[in-house]
Design a protein around this ligand. Structure first.
Ligand SMILES: [Zn+2]
Ligand SMILES: [Zn+2]
Length: 167
């Protein structure tokens, strides 16, 4: 290893100094590949706390990230902050401690399977695709869906469209 990135540490250095605590604010691009979309990761902060044991070094890490996600109901983008922590043990046989893998894994798991812009999100009209949070489109459910792109959005709930029998 010729180039030591900010996520790679020399084992002997940490052992000699009896531990290490670092705070990093890497460019999100460094871990953008943790997500399907490279735009998901907006901000990232890391805290890495190494403590020296008898025959190993323990890393306790914290990850703080701001993610840009998509509402599961209305498909609007939303930004939200997440944090998580992780532990990893590195055996004495190592020359370098490369933290990139465990950081990437932790970052990748930050995004929930389902996220809503608001608990009260009304989703989208199944007929015309209008965002029902911001627009009353007046479609009737029996008009049938002409909005093919939304077929993939499984979480839409057609909650009682305002059916007023006015002619
Ligand atoms: Zn929404
Ligand atoms: Zn509509």
């Amino acid at each position: 290893m010729t180039e030591t990135s900010q996520f790679v540490f020399r084992y002997a250095d940490i052992r000699e100094s009896g531990g290490l605590n670092v705070k990093l604010a890497p460019p999100p691009a460094a871990f953008a590949d943790a997500f399907d979309s490279p735009e998901t990761l907006k901000k990232l902060r890391l805290e890495l706390d190494f403590s020296v044991g008898g025959e190993s070094i323990l890393l306790e890490g914290k990850v703080y990230a701001e993610l840009e996600l998509v509402c599961s109901r209305c498909a609007d983008p939303l930004a939200r902050a997440f944090e998580d922590s992780f532990d990893e043990v590195y055996p004495d046989s190592l020359e370098y401690i490369d933290t990139r893998e465990v950081i990437r894994e932790t970052v990748a798991l930050l995004a929930p399977m389902k996220v809503l812009c608001s608990e009260a999100c009304k989703g989208r009209c199944l007929v015309c695709g209008a965002n029902r949070n911001s627009k009353v489109c007046g479609c009737r459910p029996d008009m049938g869906s002409q909005f093919g792109a939304l077929k993939d959005l499984k979480l839409i709930k057609p909650d009682k469209p305002g059916r007023k029998d006015s002619k």
